[in-house]
Design a protein around this ligand. Structure first.
Ligand SMILES: NC(=O)C1=CN([C@@H]2O[C@H](COP(=O)(O)OP(=O)(O)OC[C@H]3O[C@@H](n4cnc5c(N)ncnc54)[C@H](O)[C@@H]3O)[C@@H](O)[C@H]2O)C=CC1
Ligand SMILES: N[C@@H](CC=O)C(=O)O
Ligand code: NA
Length: 434
């Protein structure tokens, strides 16, 4: 056995308390796997008086800054969340020679470049498997196992809270607010659930995935983001009528160049979309996550499991901890991200997608021709059109072929301006096979 490695924990909320529990319960196994015992050196919290079952009171401190620079600390785990003070604490830790583990996707997606630069400069490990899709091993497979391949596309459900809400709306006809409260009670939601329902959390994860998959710098600000707050029971019912289900999808795609190899750029986006019920992502229920990776030589891979919750997230952190501890014990740091490809992130308007459009139309002759003309005017080809109801209740459900998003949204604007269109009742992108 090598010398004892000392671990500092920053934050002791939903995830942090589970890290403490597992570190205690699995101490012997972890020591055997690392080849050195792991020991908690301190736990930084904001409210020291709060009773936390299973958390040794003598280790608790409110001075996170002092903890991360202490000489007797080797590895720092950050599960506070948010940008500051998490960023400063991680940077201070690396500057003081510690390796770090974080679950903080918001910070990695906003300013990962600064953290990676510090890891490189100070020879520290920076591991963050828990930051995307919780327990699911996804980032290290992308970073290590698939690093010799050429990834074309990453498509997935990466936010448990919104998947739970949409699933409750789809299967039980639940209202949005009741479903969200359920997700909060189960500990999936972020401290401010706006981050979940407005798609910020999924956008941060999409940025992290795109950066790793395409070796290109991507931040949260580069990601086209739409949340689920506008998804209505009508949209969910409309999807059902089409044999589809509504899911909040994160999509990272390499857009091919003329030679079809290196890519003209990347498209990174998050939005609610309809997918056919036959698609494997349609069967991802409750707060589960699932991610498809399509790579040139590997083909299609699917990763599925618990993307949120205290214990699943702590599992990913402990996996990182063992990997980092082995590196520290062996004196060899792990790999640091490289973003050599520097592909541009393309604007959403250039992304090719499909739309579902539900129109409430006037009971007049020539409605169909007028509507079709508007699509043609923007170069958008219609795949199917279906009339629902008759007379005053006439509605048209149109599904397009793939077209640039800018042309599709211009078509919708054009439809809104037509006198025979009483209302554009629902617009949603359609993903999955055409
Ligand atoms: N809960 C989940 O399912 C998942 C969470 N994550 C990420 O893990 C991190 C932690 O999430 P949770 O445990 O759910 O959040 P939480 O809100 O339950 O816990 C964070 C804790 O940090 C404490 N804190 C805040 N400022 C502090 C400071 N300056 N010093 C010390 N402690 C401070 C808070 O009082 C709170 O107890 C976040 O980055 C989150 O995005 C990642 C995957 C899943
Ligand atoms: N709030 C997130 C937690 C995990 O990242 C989610 O709901 O997925
Ligand atoms: Na993960």
């Amino acid at each position: 056995m090598k010398r004892r490695l000392r671990v500092a924990l920053l934050g002791c909320g939903v995830v942090g308390t589970e890290v403490v529990r597992l570190l205690g319960e699995q101490a012997d196994d972890l020591a055997a796997r690392v080849g050195a015992p792991l020991e908690l050196a301190g736990i930084a919290v904001r409210r020291p008086d709060r009773v936390r079952a299973g958390v040794p009171a003598e280790l608790v401190t409110t001075d996170a800054q002092a903890l991360v620079t202490r000489d007797d600390v080797d590895i720092v785990i950050e599960v506070i969340g948010g940008i500051e003070p998490a960023r400063t604490l991680l940077l201070e830790a690396m500057k003081s020679g510690k390796s770090v583990i974080t679950a903080n996707k918001a910070l990695l997606a906003e300013d990962g470049a600064t953290l990676f630069a510090a890891a490189r400069e100070y020879g520290a490990d920076l591991y963050y498997e828990a930051s995307v899709a919780g327990a699911i091993p996804l980032l290290r497979p992308l970073r290590d196992s698939l690093v010799g391949d050429h990834v074309h596309r990453v498509l997935g459900i990466v936010n448990g809270t919104t998947n739970y809400v949409l699933d409750q709306m789809d299967t039980h006809g639940a209202g949005f607010n009741d479903a969200l409260e359920g997700a909060q009670e189960l500990g999936f939601a972020e401290a401010d659930p706006t981050a979940d329902v407005e798609g910020f959390d999924a956008a941060a994860k999409a940025a992290i995935l795109a950066q790793l998959a395409f070796h290109t710098p991507v931040t949260a600000a580069d990601v086209h983001r739409e949340g689920i707050t506008e998804v209505s029971p009508g949209d969910v019912a409309g999807a059902k009528g089409m044999g589809c289900v509504v899911k909040l999808l994160a999509i990272c795609e390499r857009v091919p160049s003329e030679d079809g190899r290196n890519g003209r750029g990347v498209s990174v986006r998050v939005y609610p979309a309809m997918i056919p019920r036959s698609h494997p992502l349609a069967n991802v229920r409750d707060a589960y996550n699932a991610v498809f990776v399509e790579a040139e030589s590997a083909g299609s891979l699917m990763f599925y499991g618990a993307g949120a919750g205290g214990a699943p997230t702590a599992s990913a952190i402990l996996g990182d901890l063992v990997a980092v501890a082995r590196n520290v014990a062996g004196g060899t740091p792990g790999p640091v991200e490289v973003t050599y490809a520097k592909l541009p992130v393309l604007p959403m308007g250039e992304t090719v997608t499909r739309y579902y459009i539900h129109l409430d139309v006037a009971d007049e002759t020539g409605v169909l021709a007028t509507v079709a003309e508007e699509f043609a005017r923007h170069g958008v080809s219609i795949q199917t059109v279906r009339q629902v109801g008759m007379g005053e209740d006439a509605q048209l459900v149109v599904v397009t072929h793939r077209a640039p998003d800018a042309a599709l949204s211009a078509t919708v604007e054009g439809l809104r301006g037509l006198s025979i269109v009483r209302e554009v009742a629902s617009v949603m992108r359609v993903e999955g096979e055409e």
